[in-house]
Every structure is written in structure tokens, then in C-alpha cells.
Design a protein around this ligand. Structure first.
Ligand SMILES: Cc1cc2nc3c(=O)[nH]c(=O)nc-3n(C[C@H](O)[C@H](O)[C@H](O)COP(=O)(O)OP(=O)(O)OC[C@H]3O[C@@H](n4cnc5c(N)ncnc54)[C@H](O)[C@@H]3O)c2cc1C
Length: 312
């Protein structure tokens, strides 16, 4: 219930305008967001690299409705790829297709993604397409299918809460796609998604095992392994570790992925145990929806949001 309320609020402009103005909200968001500009984000990336982490950078933004916004986000991603390439930092990028105009026109979005993937290919990098709400799943997979037909420098995300994910994973494995598996961060109806935590987790275990079983059949692209286990859940991490051990899945065939600012202790423990860990680092001024999804993942956070909304 609390989770749904926070996810509902993540799409409301009124609270957004209120929170963006309060100092308390901005400082709460700073735990999850590396900074508002690329320079600040790159210094965070470098620090993480120095501590043994791989990184993927996300330029925050989603659900744009004007073609100029989609074009400008595309330019920002191309610039970030060239700035990363010229810097001492090492990072791939993650993006949302609604930020590239998916809600405006599928062809427009495809051509923006093609430009970004071509730029990534040219500098030996990689683009991960984040998965969004279930009303976008089919279109996101369609655009991924089109662009991945001509470049391998692009990967996709699958959510274990969706009923359709089993079939999607079968199709993607057949095409040797690079897949990040997460539980899913949006509010979804019972007609398309598991509602009980136990069911989402059981499907996560099932799908992660399928992916790990196939991991060695797909080669690495730009240092990115074919399988990413994206979770902060100890039980999900532990089962993936033991399955990989028991089935001799080599450490380079998969990586763990976690969000910037979440379970830093676990991130460090995994790196210290010899696992590859990639941290998802968002930056930019459009942090509101991302931040509210992070709040929704821990219902205890509702109090923080309420305090932030009433002022500093
Ligand atoms: C690298 C990465 C990329 C992702 N990409 C996508 C995507 O493309 N599409 C999508 O729908 N979702 C994405 N997600 C979000 C994901 O779907 C979940 O909503 C999120 O990871 C929480 O689920 P969990 O697996 O960590 O398990 P949970 O059971 O939710 O959490 C396990 C434990 O982790 C800690 N924790 C988790 N979240 C938080 C938080 N926000 N604040 C503080 N502690 C927390 C808590 O201790 C919690 O008990 C991504 C997650 C990661 C790690």
C-alpha cells in the first residue's frame, strides 16, 4: 500500500515541484544521485573504479513528450560517452527509452538509440536499456530487437515480477542478448505481475538460474558479461553465488549490479570476495521520479518524504 502510494506520487507533478525546492529533499536525494552534472558524476565514477567497481552511468530523465527533449537527451548521452572515453574513469551507460522519445514515436526513438549505440561501439563502450512500466515493455523490446540486430553493444533488462518475463527471457537467450535481471520497480496490476514478494523472489531465483546456466554461451561485449544479477537482496545474491559455484559458471560470465547509495557494505563484500560488481550511478537534475522509486523500495522511507515535503 505504502509502496503503491509512493509510486503513484512518483508520477505527480505537484509533489515534484514541492520536493525539488526543499533542501531536505535534495540532501536525501544526494544519497542516491551522484550529482547534477557530468563532471561531478565522473569524479564519483573514478572513485568507484579505484575501489574495484565497474560502473554504469545514467543521465536522469524519462517520459519526455517533446521531440526537442528526446534529441537533447540523445546528445547528452553521446557527449557523456565521449567524455568518459577521454577521462580516466571507466563506465558504460544506462538509459530509458521514454527519455529518447518512445512515447512520441517508435521510429524517432529507434534512430536516437541507434546514434547512441553507434557512438558507444566506436569508443568500445556499451548501452543498457533500462526496463520501464509494463505499458512500455513490448515497445522497449521491439526497439531493442531492431537496434541489437546490427550491434552487440546494447543490452536489455528483464523484471522478475512480470508474468511475461519467462517467455521474454527465452527469446532473448536464443538471440544471445546481454540481460540484466531485476525484480521490477513500478506499480503493476495483478493482471500482468506477481503481487506477493515470495512470488517475485521465486521467479527471480528461477530466471537467474536460467540466465546463469546459459551465461557461457554468450560472449562478453566491451567487458560487459552476458548476465547481470541486479539486486540488493541477500537471499537473491546468495542463491546466485551458490548456483554459479555448483555449476562452475566462471566469475567473468556474470556480474552483480547494485544502485549507487544502496547496501554499500554488500557491494564492498562482493568485490572483496572476488566478484564483479557494477554500480548504477545516476546523475542530472531530473532526479525526482528515480528518487521516489528508491523511496518506494523501503516503505520506512515514507516518513522521510513526508518530512521533506513539509520543508527544511
Ligand atoms: C543495477 C540495478 C538496475 C536496475 N534497473 C531497473 C530497471 O531497469 N527497471 C526496473 O524496473 N527496476 C530496476 N531496478 C530496481 C529493481 O527492480 C528493484 O526495484 C530494486 O533493486 C529493489 O529490489 P531488490 O532486488 O534490491 O530487493 P528488495 O527485496 O527490494 O531489497 C532487498 C534489500 O535491499 C535494501 N534496499 C533495496 N532497495 C533499497 C532502497 N531504495 N533504499 C535502501 N535500501 C534498499 C533493503 O535492505 C532491502 O531489504 C534496478 C536495480 C538495480 C540494482
Amino acid at each position: 500500500m505504502l509502496r503503491r502510494s509512493l509510486l503513484f506520487l512518483s508520477e505527480r507533478e505537484g509533489l515534484k515541484n514541492l520536493l525539488l525546492k526543499t533542501r531536505r529533499a535534495r540532501s536525501l536525494a544526494a544519497r542516491f544521485v551522484a550529482g547534477e552534472d557530468l563532471d561531478t558524476a565522473l569524479s564519483v565514477v573514478k572513485g568507484l573504479n579505484d575501489s574495484g567497481f565497474r560502473v554504469t552511468l545514467d543521465y536522469l530523465g524519462e517520459s519526455v513528450s517533446r521531440p526537442e527533449e528526446a534529441a537533447s537527451a540523445t546528445d547528452a548521452y553521446i557527449e557523456s560517452l565521449s567524455r568518459i572515453d577521454a577521462s580516466e574513469a571507466s563506465s558504460t551507460i544506462s538509459l530509458k527509452l521514454t527519455q529518447l522519445g518512445l512515447d512520441i514515436d517508435l521510429d524517432l526513438c529507434t534512430s536516437h538509440l541507434e546514434r547512441i549505440v553507434t557512438a558507444a561501439d566506436a569508443c568500445g563502450s556499451f548501452v543498457r536499456i533500462d526496463m520501464e512500466g509494463s505499458n512500455h515493455t513490448a515497445a522497449i523490446l521491439e526497439v531493442f530487437g531492431r537496434v541489437s540486430a546490427s550491434s552487440r553493444a546494447v543490452g536489455i533488462v528483464i523484471q522478475s515480477y512480470l508474468f511475461r518475463s519467462e517467455e521474454d527471457i527465452s527469446n532473448l537467450i536464443a538471440r544471445r542478448a546481454a540481460i540484466r535481471l531485476c525484480k521490477g520497480a513500478y506499480s503493476e496490476p495483478a493482471s500482468v505481475a506477481y503481487q506477493r514478494r515470495e512470488d517475485v523472489d521465486a521467479n527471480y531465483v528461477h530466471l537467474s538460474r536460467r540466465l546463469l546456466s546459459e551465461a557461457t554461451a554468450t560472449e562478453m561485449v566491451a567487458g560487459v558479461p552476458p548476465v547481470a544479477i541486479a539486486t540488493h537482496d541477500d537471499a537473491m545474491i546468495e542463491q546466485a553465488r551458490s548456483f554459479a559455484d555448483a555449476h562452475a559458471v566462471p566469475a567473468e560470465a556474470f556480474e552483480f549490479q547494485m544502485l549507487y547509495g544502496v547496501r554499500r557494505d554488500v557491494q564492498a563484500q562482493l568485490v572483496n570476495s572476488g566478484y564483479n560488481v557494477r554500480v548504477y550511478v545516476p546523475y542530472g537534475t531530473e532526479w525526482y521520479a528515480y528518487f521516489m522509486r528508491r523511496m518506494a523500495e523501503r516503505p520506512a522511507n515514507l516518513l522521510f518524504v513526508a518530512r521533506a515535503a513539509v520543508g527544511d
